[in-house]
Ligand binder design. Sequence first.
Ligand code: PEP
Length: 253
Amino acid sequence: MRKKIVAGNWKMNKTAAEAKALAAEVAALVKAEVPADVQVIMAPPALYLDAVQAATAGVANLAASAQNCHEKASGAYTGEISAAMLASAGISYVIIGHSERRQYFAESNAQLAAKVDAALANGLTPLFCCGESLETREGADYLAFVAQQLTESLFHLSADDFAKVVIAYEPIWAIGTGLTASSDQAQEMHAYLRGHLAKQYGQAAADACSILYGGSCNAKNAQELFACADVDGGLIGGASLIAADFITIAKSF
Ligand code: PEP
């Protein structure tokens, strides 16, 4: 059975005090209300990772994630944080390839492949994001476009390493826009990507891979999206900043 995962991407939001308070609130609610088989993840700005991770102590199904990492282990890369540094601080997840990183920081599929390698080499679980723009969605090849992102950033992995990766399908046109993919649109893409993974790694490995949906997923629509056969949870932006909404989403399986 695939792991059910709900991850909150806080992006560049919250003061230190607000981050601490949100993490504490989420931790208390996960402990009290979220079934043990749902893995909940909070991805705060890196500055707050320590504090957020501290809040997860004693809550078995709650963890902290970084929003990004650099592909090199160390060196003259001002402002960057490496996967090795995250691992040394006890962090176990890292978001890689979010569309905002691709768009604003020009991260290519090849660079993301290197980041995935760095994450895996340091024992981190990559939450690997993929997804198409509105322009691509309106063309004929949107399924193949997203599949190609997986091919170019993941398909160099051994089967053992691939088994450690979580995928998040995030149509760019649905991120932060209030426009959500319909459950039919999400299921179509997720099933297609799973088929694509099966061609490379076999059906059993593809069936074991958690594929999350992201893009204006909220407390109202999560249940319908998570009911799709190939949707294994969500990567949540805006709605992860409100503890009650985030927890409602985590309880939507
Ligand atoms: C995201 O940034 O990963 C995301 C899904 O954002 P939102 O939920 O706000 O659309």
